[in-house]
Design a protein around this ligand. Structure first.
Ligand code: 3HC
Length: 267
């Protein structure tokens, strides 16, 4: 389906970035958060990124203003009614997501496509909770969404060819490298990246090196842009812990288990 308006539910680390790149691609965007304070925070992050791009000479002020003008921050689900695509970017909590979809499903026009940016939860669990499981897919972005080139497009058992196509076209218009992923917890990237970050914490616990040594070693020895422990902080320890819990529950393998240090840091 042709997209002219994109809804983003959740304006945190991922949501504000998804809203920004959608507006940069030319779509009108509704960014929904739970409170005025959170709306302001999300819009503030976008303003900061656009301001930086202008300062660096990568964006004209008039273009930054136009991008900003296409983003409507709100606390009202009603503003999503005429969106063609709604992307969920809330915290990694299935109950919260289901509660949101129950409300949004009754508000947004029936032909619209719904997508989740979940990092680890099976997409079908959300799809099946809506009245439009054929128009539901996973769109998994990477932090920072403004910079990371990849988008995983996830087809679940219910996703129609048409909805999948909408996902691919959305990603391509955003300028992303689009990879098709199966609806398996963690998809491709987190299936590999999450055990790596968790194992870096275990390596630290087992005395293989200090935090700094582990980070420096993987930056210099494997040419990673960030060491694994820096990356864990960057993803967010709370988010990493939630993903680990979901993936461990799904696969019951030690490599997905949150190490004690992670649990304690989150506490
Ligand atoms: N938001 C927007 N833009 C950002 C940004 C942010 N948070 N951080 C950096 N950028 C932009 C900068 O403005 C700069 O843009 P420019 O080239 O147009 O000037 C560019 O990115 C490079 O930034 P810097 O020069 O400041 O810094 P680095 O070169 O060190 O790059 C980085 C920063 C892109 C974050 C890099 O360190 C990196 O790629 N790190 C790894 C990130 C990663 O692996 N992300 C995936 C995490 S897993 C995930 O998200 C999945 C989830 O489900 C858990």
């Amino acid at each position: 389906m042709a997209i002219s308006k994109v809804g983003v539910v959740g304006g945190g680390l991922m949501g504000h970035g998804i809203a920004q790149i959608s507006a940069q691609a030319g779509w009108d965007v509704v960014l929904r958060e739970v409170s005025d304070e959170k709306v302001d925070k999300a819009i503030g992050m976008i303003d900061k990124q656009l301001g930086r791009a202008v300062d660096k000479g990568k964006l004209e002020q008039a273009d930054a203003d136009a991008i900003r003008g296409r983003i409507n921050g709100t606390t009202d689900y009603g503003e999503l009614a005429d969106c063609d695509l709604v992307v969920e970017a809330m915290t990694e909590d299935l109950d919260g997501k289901l509660e949101m979809w129950a409300e949004v499903d009754g508000i947004v026009k029936p032909e619209a496509v719904f997508a989740t940016n979940t990092s680890s939860l099976p997409v079908v669990d959300q799809a099946a909770s809506t009245s439009r499981p054929t128009q539901f897919l996973g769109l998994h972005f990477f932090n920072p969404a403004q910079v990371m080139p990849l988008l995983e497009v996830v087809r679940t058992v219910t996703t129609s060819d048409e909805a999948l196509q909408t996902g691919f076209e959305f990603g391509e218009k955003l300028g992303k490298t689009v990879v098709s992923a199966k609806d398996k917890a963690g998809f491709i990237v987190n299936r590999l990246l999450v055990p790596y970050m968790l194992d870096a914490i275990r390596a630290y616990e087992e005395g293989f090196g200090s935090i700094e040594e582990i980070n420096v070693a993987m930056k210099g020895g494997a040419a990673h842009p960030m060491g694994p422990l820096t990356l864990a902080d960057f993803v967010g320890l709370d988010t990493l812990n939630s993903i680990a819990q979901v993936m461990f529950a799904e696969y019951a393998e030690r490599r997905f288990a949150a190490p004690p240090t992670l649990r304690k840091m989150v506490a």
